[in-house]
Design a protein around this ligand. Sequence first.
Ligand SMILES: Nc1ncnc2c1ncn2[C@@H]1O[C@H](COP(=O)(O)OP(=O)(O)OP(=O)(O)O)[C@@H](O)[C@H]1O
Length: 218
Amino acid sequence: MRAPLELDGLSGFFGGQRVLGPLSLTIAPGEKIALVGKSGAGKSTLVRLIHDRVGDMAALVPQELGLVNALPVFHNVFMARLDQHNTLYNLVTLLRPFRADRDAITGILEQLDMADKLWSSAARLSGGQRQRTAIARALFREADLLLADEPVSALDGPLAHAVMGLLRERFDTFVVALHDVELALTYSTRVVGIQGGEIALDAASDSLTAADIRPLYD
Ligand SMILES: Nc1ncnc2c1ncn2[C@@H]1O[C@H](COP(=O)(O)OP(=O)(O)OP(=O)(O)O)[C@@H](O)[C@H]1O
């Protein structure tokens, strides 16, 4: 990302009912934004709206992960680059993956401590392994911008920290919804707090403590 992303008029509706906005958000290159706020505040809706605006320039980890259960981990990760190859390449990959992709995906899975699951069917993974597969898919996309909705919610503490550290290192810019306030403060440069579909807090992470964020949960 070279220029700031200026997103205006972000509004979310369900069944004609407004659940978010209208709000504006400017994302500067290099910013690591944590979206916080209580359940139902509108974080997922905001992540989705941003993705609708920026499309393929972002890697996405949706809350529901979007894995294909019938396919192995390898193919679920490979999907991140389907649009970067021609149909023949993708068809061959379904039957006999190319070495370069196998090596690249194995390397990413090693960083997520699940290289041994390369050929396991997604249907046979634990919740945390499924989440790490979706994270691997986002890493394989090699985008500058990551949009992620609670990407480490199913991981234990040390693994959640390791994965957030990896995401911070590998993506220049991110917007990540996190319910864990400590993770949000540790791995972001900016915290955007959502309350009742509005931005109720927007501040540099190093100027905040957990106590500043707590009122969002009242
Ligand atoms: N499919 C849906 N149909 C109707 N209303 C919905 C739907 N999905 C979300 N909403 C409503 O939109 C609002 C915002 O939901 P959203 O999922 O964005 O919140 P959130 O902050 O991400 O919550 P959580 O932390 O629980 O994921 C909530 O009031 C919710 O009830």
